[in-house]
Ligand binder design. Structure first.
Ligand code: MCA
Ligand code: AMP
Length: 508
């Protein structure tokens, strides 16, 4: 048996001396280097006791070595479990207990804190710093430069990515080798990536967008990338002349439009601008076209499904839509309660089925079952319609979710933390239109009787528990929350009341 995903990458690799990535600190890394470095890391993993099917949890800064570690996990038959660098110790503790990783890899600067936590869940610990330093790479540098990849079939797990749950605990989406391979193949063809392409890669590599959509596509095309550790809009503009493609969340495009250097001339070498992870406003699409002459290609996906739809490469890239189902992906709009398929033009639940769709949530069979229909369609939680020309529109969310700068925040998680504070009677967390982040996390809070708790005190109190990007940008105090006759908080009324919070002149 072969190693399904890594063999697929290998089969499309260009000559070893071809460039895979140029980094922002001036390093040039070839395909040959990548195979060697991932082989050495795979040895280091095996020597650390990592066996096929073991989870390797990784919370490290973006670096070429962090990317090699992903490939090393594939080659060693391990399940890669990347974690957002913003997660707090409390959040990490949950992931470690739930996933029971064999190995936890963290930044050397955080090892003193994370080490005991990892050990408490039975894991061993290694370090990897932003400059490629640390115990893992030290060990790897002593290892042979070739590695016999472990046999892994299409259905074996390649990765587990956690996605927050609408009602409490985060769920680990189990992604197989074939889930990732099939999607990367389809995207390479659909978006016409070839060995001549150079992608500007400025996304984090701990979520689907930066890890799978971006790097898997580049590997599967034998192309190369400009590997940026941070999104710096001025620098991105300066890189456009050396690149052919950019993938980003809408906030990237909004911020790039503030750059005077963004002109038709600056963007003339680029053949494709792609946006996803959150809705791209039609006005951003239009402004981009006017400034650069390019129509941004918007696509739609999820952690659980990889990419489901894309606007066309040729043909009209219609603003405000996410295009058509990708080849091999079946998409339908269904009645959210019964699952009965609806006619084109009707709004309902978006449901998908295909080789891209995950096999379930880690150790949560009931949650998995609840999110699939009997005929195998996955219930996305996104509400949409298919228009007369076949374009899919996302018109809302059936799930209570805020997307801020491409990161997902489940209000329930923040509300639970705020409600637990002395001085708070109750809270409702909502997303409100935000000019930079798309949606701004906003907490509407009712104080407990006689309490004088302030917004700053609330933020300070939750800071130890929840990642910073999830913090409310604003806290508003009210006497009571609006409720319907069933006693349910009417978040739609709150969103309407505060809809101009971040756009009016009073916004801060
Ligand atoms: C940073 N901050 C944020 C966010 N990012 N607050 C709200 N939402 C955010 N997204 C806060 C920090 O906590 C900090 O707060 C301040 O902003 C500055 O932090 P910094 O790290 O400098 O931020 P930045 O570099 O300006 O980051 C903004 C960003 C980043 C570049 C838009 O958030 C980003 O890379 N987003 C991409 C996320 C992504 O990859 N999503 C894909 C998920 P303070 O100043 O108070 O300290 S995969 C997915 O969604 C599906 C599958 C799909 O379809 O792709
Ligand atoms: P995640 O939890 O990171 O997997 O985020 C997946 C969610 O992001 C989807 O269920 C959608 O709600 C949203 N999403 C991704 N791409 C788009 C898009 N192009 N337009 C609107 N929403 C999107």
């Amino acid at each position: 048996m072969s190693n399904h995903l890594f063999d697929a990458f290998r089969a499309r690799m260009p000559a070893p001396e071809r460039l895979l990535m140029a980094t922002d600190d001036g390093r040039s890394i070839t395909y040959g280097d990548t195979v060697v470095r991932s082989a050495q890391l795979a040895h280091a993993l095996s020597q650390s006791g990592v066996r096929a099917g073991d989870r390797v949890a990784v919370q490290v800064e973006k670096s070429p070595e962090a990317f090699f570690l992903y490939l090393a996990c594939l080659r060693a038959g391990a399940i890669f479990l990347p974690l957002n660098t913003a997660y707090t110790l409390t959040e990490l503790g949950y992931f470690f207990r739930d996933a029971e990783p064999r190995l936890v890899v963290c930044d050397p600067a955080r090892a003193a804190d994370i080490g005991p936590l990892a050990k408490a869940s039975g894991a061993i610990v290694a370090t990897l710093g932003r400059n490629g330093d640390g115990s893992l790479t030290e060990r790897a540098s002593q290892q042979p430069t070739d590695f016999r990849d472990l046999a892994r079939g299409p259905d074996d797990l390649a990765a587990i990515l956690y996605t927050s749950g609408t009602t409490g605990r985060s769920k680990g989406a189990m992604l197989s080798h074939e889930n990732l391979a099939s999607n990367a193949r389809v995207l390479v063809d659909h978006w016409r990536f070839t060995t001549a392409d150079v992608l500007i890669h400025a996304l984090p590599i701990f979520h689907t967008h930066g890890l799978f959509v971006a790097t898997n596509v580049i590997l599967m095309a034998g192309a190369s990338m400009l590997f940026e550790t941070k999104f710096d809009p001025a620098r991105i503009v300066s890189l456009l002349a050396r690149a052919t493609a950019l993938m980003g969340v809408p906030t990237f495009y909004v911020r790039l439009l503030h750059q005077d250097g963004l002109t038709r001339q600056a963007a003339k070498n680029i053949r494709l601008f792609i946006s996803g992870s959150a809705p791209l406003l039609a006005e951003t699409h239009k402004a981009w076209r006017e400034r650069t002459g390019h129509a941004i290609l918007e696509r739609y996906g999820m952690t659980e499904t990889n990419m489901n739809t894309s606007n066309p490469y040729d043909g009209e890239r219609r603003a405000g839509t996410v295009g058509f189902p990708l080849p091999g992906v079946c998409l339908r709009i269904a009645d959210p309660n019964s699952g009965r398929p609806l006619a084109d033009g009707e709004i309902g639940m978006i449901e998908v089925k295909g080789p891209n769709v995950f096999s379930g949530y880690w150790r949560m069979p009931e949650k998995t079952q609840a999110e699939f229909r009997d005929d195998g369609f996955f219930i996305t939680g996104d509400l949409g319609l298919i228009d007369a020309d076949g374009y899919v529109h996302i018109v809302g969310r059936g799930k209570d979710l805020v997307i801020s700068g491409g990161y997902n925040i489940y209000p329930k998680e923040i509300e639970s933390e705020i409600d637990a504070l002395p001085g708070v009677a109750e809270s409702a967390v909502i997303g409100i239109a935000h000019p930079d982040f798309g949606e701004g996390v906003t907490a509407i809070v009712v104080r407990a009787p006689a309490s004088t708790i302030t917004a700053a005190e609330i933020i300070e109190a939750i800071a130890g528990w929840v990642a910073k990007y999830k913090h409310p940008k604003r806290v508003i105090f009210v006497d009571e929350l609006p409720r319907n006759t069933m006693g349910k908080v009417q978040k739609n009324l709150l969103r309407e009341t505060y809809k101009d919070l971040y756009t009016s002149s009073k916004a801060s």
